[in-house]
Write a protein that binds this ligand. Structure first.
Ligand code: HPA
Ligand code: ZN
Length: 336
């Protein structure tokens, strides 16, 4: 349709994509076989890529998805595996008209299985360079901490010499906070975010996906975040919404993810119209495209179907996305 072409052509920025969430069932089975990784024998979902994809369609809540997400990434072993994964994502992003991508990764989930930070970073960095060269997609890496793990473990990862080096040399632009949201409120991670700020790292955190609006307040107050990932529960608190408008904090909203994880019943229930009317800045993103049935353009199309945004409103969403990005100003100027 003409609209699909219009949405495809918009200079889109993606701010909420977990690279591990771009692992398709096909790639998962290929790498499991190549790396001799045994998949769970007692779960019929792992009988075939088709069965696994069907299981993904029946997620009941965040932790149900995370169970499969952590098993899935266990097939990633070598730098080449991480490169393949990220390159597959960047090719989808190019097809969908992404100009700039700020991508999450979960180093703790790899390091605790004996895969080094250097291995992960090497694979992702190679794919990023290729995406810049061959696809014209600029990107930044955001290192996420797993909030279900003990805070001291997260701090130890933060202080790991390889991790610190990636913060200082600019290969990682910022930090995030993901995994099971409840009962792990943002304030638990104040120390890490304070140290990150001192290093000049950009800061975001998942908040208000399954957790309440008070988690958004805590992320702003105790973590000093510049963005909020998901943040759909912001619509429950009018005063907080006004605060977010004033501060210009951008939300990275993931509509298909919210539906698949049953945070909302339909895309129409995502507070897109409320955010537009109130002046809350947000971008639209895929979260875990291989698990939630769509890449970024599918999310744009779903939002359009549910809310029928005007051309002007779409241009505004994309402009907010560019301005809310953590790339250099000269890159932003090129996209604007
Ligand atoms: N929420 C929390 N943790 C995650 C998600 C998410 O949507 N995707 C990958 N890890
Ligand atoms: Zn996420």
């Amino acid at each position: 349709s003409p609209l699909h072409a219009f949405l495809q052509a918009l200079p889109k920025c993606e701010h909420h994509i977990h690279l591990e969430g771009a692992l398709t069932p096909a790639m998962l089975f290929t790498l499991a076989s190549r790396n001799n990784v045994t998949l769970p024998q007692d779960d019929a979902a792992f009988a075939s890529p088709e069965a696994l994809l069907a299981r993904y369609g029946r997620f009941t809540f965040l932790d149900d998805f995370l169970h499969y997400y952590y098993i899935g990434m266990s097939v990633l072993i070598s730098p080449n595996d991480f490169e393949l994964l990220a390159w597959d994502y960047f090719q989808h992003a190019a097809a969908d008209g992404v100009a700039h991508a700020e991508v999450f990764f979960d180093p703790q989930a790899h390091m605790e299985r004996g895969v080094s930070y250097a291995t992960v970073l090497k694979g992702f960095s190679t794919a990023r360079e290729r995406a810049q060269k061959e696809l014209g997609i600029s990107s930044e890496l955001i290192c996420c901490f797993l909030r279900h793990l003990p805070v001291p473990d997260c701090l130890a990862t933060f202080e790991d010499p390889d991790v610190q080096e990636s913060f200082v040399d600019g290969s990682v632009r910022g930090i995030g906070l993901d995994s099971s949201e409840k009962p792990f409120p943002p304030e638990l991670f104040e120390e890490i975010y304070w140290r990150a700020g001192k290093l000049g790292l950009r800061r975001t955190a998942h908040a208000g996906e399954e957790g309440p609006a008070t988690y958004i307040t805590s992320a702003l107050d105790t973590l000093n975040v510049e963005r909020i990932d998901h943040g759909i529960r912001l619509a429950d608190d009018k005063e907080l919404m006004q605060r977010v408008v004033k501060s210009g904090t951008m939300l990275s909203v993931c509509p298909l993810s919210n539906v698949l994880l049953r945070c909302v019943k339909t895309v129409a229930e995502v507070p897109v119209r409320k955010f537009l009317d109130a002046g809350v800045k947000f971008s639209i993103n895929s979260d875990d495209p291989a698990y939630f049935g769509g890449y970024i353009l599918d999310n744009y199309c779903a939002v359009h179907e549910a809310f029928d945004l005007s051309v002007k409103e779409w241009a505004g969403v994309c402009r907010a996305g560019i301005e809310g990005s953590w790339c250099r100003q000269d890159r932003k100027d090129k996209m604007l």
